[in-house]
Design a protein around this ligand. Structure first.
Ligand code: DLL
Length: 437
């Protein structure tokens, strides 16, 4: 079996896991039934008695918890412990309205560190590694979440935080970083900067990279691995549930193992809420099994993925989810056609001369939606091959029309000019149509 941080859980017998999940779910329901008014009300309305709850399937009788529930309860309304027992607060910026505030007890922080530790070890990191964390430190869960996980593993941690790419590269050279943690778009930006600075990537000590917090593609993985000379894995998490550490790929690179001893997962049809069988793509719904401060019952993540059926060659028994292919609330409807921004990204990665740094600007002209994809070309194309710009624009236009089923305008913009969000995540969609999506 491949190296595991907590093999007694990560490779546990599935029947024992089912029993553990049930026991932990009972405890969670008891706790939220006692301490969270919203859940107490819902249990009464749907005839759920936490005292006698004995079948995980009965969870389906309960309604979903949504981001709207969290916003309504802002900031602390869904906490299941008094603030006295909370030792940490994080918040996610949220795309609209109020942020979501996540609280952690001392035990929650301990569990979180161990679960991020699992993700790190699964992705190749260990106590001999020098781990450079280029995710934002602050209210965002990424930087500090990975920091505690890497310390739990016993690695030497460099809290580089996000931004300052030249400084990141200098640190990488001087401190001989072996494991790099960032968003995938930042990893590509770093690779571009390394090339522009004429640093020989082979002189660096990088071995493994853990990337997450935004959608990316297999083509992007190939580009990052090739250009940074490391093995890249995907990892997933969200503030409402914990932060990073919910799921991560092992070195098989065939989907992200979910820590099912701490999270009960379902995949549902985003339109009807009905459960979907393993293998089918739908919205991920998560119930926390051990969280103390902010337990979540059937939280609708908005993230589209699927459960990958069958065991993994690594020996872990925890089931895997596939790449997050998009958010159901990010799905754009352009002139009636459903378009996932991640499809646009895949096309950009396949076409030479472009980078996956893009944004889609939507406007309404009269009754019609106009969509313009602004793309940062590679530096090489920008300066050396100006004559090829028009050919590239034509090619992209044709591919968007034939593969997405709707025509999109295309424009090349200066490399690095598209806004990056607070946490280094590229802002992908600007919707100026003034209509509710
Ligand atoms: O992004 C936590 C995190 C930090 C995960 C670092 C991995 C690495 P939030 O800021 O609350 O938390 O954003 C959560 O980001 O619902 C997904 O839509 C998206 N997301 C997270 N990981 C992935 C991934 C952190 N691997 C939201 N692939 C989630 C695609 C991801 N999307």
């Amino acid at each position: 079996m491949r190296e595991c941080f907590e093999p007694q859980f990560e490779a546990m017998d599935r029947a024992e896991l089912a029993q553990l999940q049930l026991e932990r779910l009972q405890q969670t329901l008891l706790r939220v039934g006692r301490n969270v008014p919203l859940y107490r009300k819902r249990f009464a309305e749907h005839d759920i008695d936490p005292e006698t709850f004995a079948d995980v399937a009965d969870l389906r009788r309960l309604p979903f918890t949504t981001k709207a529930d969290l916003r309504e309860a802002y900031p602390y309304g869904l906490f299941a412990v008094p603030l006295r027992d909370v030792v940490r607060l994080h918040a996610s910026s949220g795309t609209s309205g109020k942020p979501v505030v996540a609280g952690y007890t001392r035990n929650d922080v301990k569990t979180w560190s161990r679960l991020v530790g699992r993700v790190l070890v699964a992705a190749g990191a260990g106590r001999d590694d020098v781990v450079q964390i280029a995710l934002g430190y602050g209210l965002f869960t990424g930087g500090i979440g990975f920091h505690y996980g890497a310390e739990a593993v016993g690695a030497a941690v460099i809290p580089a935080s996000s931004g300052g790419t030249r400084r990141q590269i200098a640190i990488m050279q001087d401190y001989r970083t072996t494991v790099f943690v960032a968003t995938p778009s930042y990893a590509l930006h770093l690779a571009e900067t390394i090339e522009a600075m004429d640093v020989n990537v082979n002189s660096l000590s990088l071995r493994f990279g853990l990337f997450g917090a935004e959608t990316w593609t297999e083509a992007m993985r190939a580009a990052i691995e090739d250009r940074l000379k490391l093995t890249a894995t995907d990892n997933y998490g969200l503030s409402e549930i914990m932060g990073p550490g919910v799921a991560g790929e092992c070195l098989e690179k065939a989907g992200m193992h979910v820590s099912e001893d701490h999270f009960f997962i379902e995949i549902v049809d985003p339109a009807t809420g009905e459960p979907l069988p393993d293998g089918e793509e739908g919205e991920l719904v998560v119930t926390t099994l051990t969280k103390e401060a902010l337990p979540m019952i059937r939280f609708r993540t908005g993230d589209m993925t699927r459960i990958i059926p069958g065991p993994c060659a690594c020996g872990r028994t925890m089931r895997r989810i596939g790449r997050i292919v998009g958010r159901c609330d990010d799905m754009l409807i352009i002139r009636g056609v459903n378009v996932f921004p991640s499809r646009i990204e895949s096309i950009l990665l396949e076409v030479e001369g472009t980078t996956p740094n893009y944004r889609i600007v939507l406007e309404r002209k009269g009754a019609l939606d106009e969509a313009l994809v602004e793309v940062e070309p590679t530096e090489e194309l920008l300066f050396d091959r100006v004559a090829e710009h028009q050919a590239l624009l034509d090619k992209l236009g044709r591919r968007f029309a034939s593969e997405l089923g709707v025509g999109l305008g295309v424009k090349l913009v200066e490399p690095g000019s598209l806004a990056r969000g607070q946490e280094g995540k590229t802002i992908r969609v600007v919707d100026r149509r003034g209509i509710a999506r």
